[in-house]
Design a protein around this ligand. Structure first.
Ligand code: GDP
Ligand code: IMO
Ligand code: MG
Length: 423
């Protein structure tokens, strides 16, 4: 069996958690391959709502195997809080969650370093989630990181050395902080983490694939936040694209099967950085209010704008997307007309190629305007009930993007998911 990958094509929060949960019954294994507790993946079913940060979104669908891969950075304190809440709600987590020994740990001092670096950047700050993601990945690439497997071998000395190094860095940045309480909670998290099955993730997952098990790899963040191809430096610190599933799980490129690219029917972004189709007007406010666009991790208001096909085509190309899933279609229900950006005008010249520097270039989106459907979609149960204007909107996007849109999501609940082109 091949590994199918589901990932975000925009700036994150596309609805990945919801769709992983919907697709999980068709798989045996769900595996997170990058990111950490900067992610907030929301799932709604049976009137309940869960937000997952480090735990894969397959955890609610029976006894599937769930894996936290080596590409993830894990904060034991936040993991404990997240896992305990699920155990309390009756889910047998230790029985079905496996964690790669090669996943890197986010130390308490990484969180302070994240805050210190952001403070030092002033107006140029990235607007991170403050979870220590950047500093943890910096240590990984700088060959100074601590890994989950280190909890089992000589942990104390390694931790003390990393802490001392971080403290020197924090002092050099003039950052004041109080480590005691945070460190105490973190150490409790470390003890808790040791109760889970810590495995050689790359061997484990490849054995499952060899046995013919179906694997769904779950991305975090989105392509426009990828450290190589996103709107650098306003990005996260990992490879969010499909290639990240290979390095973040230890799966060879030839074992990747379908690539499911997920996008909102409009665009949002949290934190700083360029956003060509951003609407700083009443329409942007309406998208934010109707779509409840507030961060599931930090509660920050998400910036909103129209769908950007220049960025979307770029994301499809980088990921080799085989099917598209369009989320939050219902948020556009009341709009008379809907705009879609089909090209950028950069310093007067029109282009459909995503430019090197979104910051300095003088970018003006070129829009096409389509009629809205002015019909509530939230109760629609099949494609046959789609209003004509929605069908036209989908056809327009498929022609522009050359990839079929196989799911249209019309609400946050698991059930509000319309599959198209069913054989
Ligand atoms: P993720 O990080 O990609 O998993 O996405 P988030 O969970 O951060 O953000 C998506 C938000 O949209 C969550 O609050 C979901 O419950 C919600 N959501 C998902 N799909 C739909 C949809 O089709 N319609 C509406 N109205 N909300 C949705
Ligand atoms: P999910 O998986 C949306 C953004 C932050 C910031 C930048 C860097 O829920 O889609 P970081 O803390 O990673 O160093 O922050 O990336 N960001 C996200 N935005 N959804 C996410 O995850 C995000 N994870 C990070 O807002 O701009
Ligand atoms: Mg999210």
């Amino acid at each position: 069996m091949k590994v199918d990958v589901l990932l975000g094509l925009q700036w994150g929060d596309e609805g990945k958690g919801k769709i992983v949960d919907v697709l999980t019954p068709g798989y045996d294994v769900v595996a997170r391959f990058q990111g950490g507790p900067n992610a907030g993946h929301t799932l709604e079913f049976n009137g309940e709502k869960y937000v997952l940060r480090s735990i894969p979104s397959g955890i609610f669908q029976g006894d599937k195997v769930n894996i936290i891969g080596n590409g993830v950075v894990l904060d034991p304190a936040l993991f404990k809080a997240e896992a305990e809440a699920l155990v309390k709600a009756g889910h047998d987590l230790p029985g079905k969650l496996y964690i790669s020994k090669k996943a890197h740990l986010i130390l308490p001092t990484h969180r302070f370093l994240d805050a210190a670096r952001e403070a030092a950047k002033g107006d140029a700050r990235v607007g991170t989630t403050g979870r220590g993601i950047g500093p943890a990945y910096t240590d990984k690439v700088g060959r100074d990181g601590l890994r989950v497997g280190d909890l089992l071998h000589g942990f104390e000395a390694k931790y003390a050395a990393a802490k001392a190094r971080h403290e020197r860095l924090l002092a050099s940045l003039g950052f004041s902080y109080d480590l005691r309480e945070v460190e105490r909670e973190w150490m409790e998290g470390v003890d808790y983490l040791k109760r889970f099955r810590l495995v050689d993730g790359e061997h484990f997952i490849n054995r499952l694939i060899d046995e013919g098990r179906g694997v769904l790899a779950e991305g975090a963040q989105g392509t426009m936040l990828d450290v190589d191809f996103g709107s650098y430096p306003f990005v996260t610190s990992s490879n969010t694209i499909c290639a990240g599933a290979c390095t973040g799980l230890g799966v060879a490129p030839g074992r990747i099967g379908q690539v499911f690219g997920i996008f909102k029917a409009y665009c949002t972004r949290v934190g700083s950085g360029p956003f060509p189709t951003e609407l700083k007007d009443a329409t942007g406010d309406a998208l934010c209010e109707i779509g409840h666009e507030f961060g599931s991790v930090t509660g920050r208001r998400r910036r909103c704008g129209w769908l950007d096909l220049v960025a979307l085509r770029y994301a499809i190309r980088l990921n080799g997307v085989t099917s598209l899933f369009m989320m939050k279609g219902d948020v556009l229900d009341t709009f008379d007309t809907i705009k879609v950006c089909v090209a950028y005008r950069v310093d007067g010249e029109e282009t459909t190629e995503f430019p090197f520097d979104l910051q300095e270039s003088n970018i003006e989106p070129v829009y096409v305007e389509l009629p809205g459907w002015k019909t509530p979609l939230t109760r629609v149960t099949s494609e046959d009930e789609f209003p004509e204007e929605l069908n036209n909107y989908l056809t327009f996007l498929e022609e522009e993007l050359s990839v079929p849109i196989r799911i249209v999501s019309v609400g946050a609940d698991r059930e509000q998911t319309i599959k198209r082109y069913l054989d």
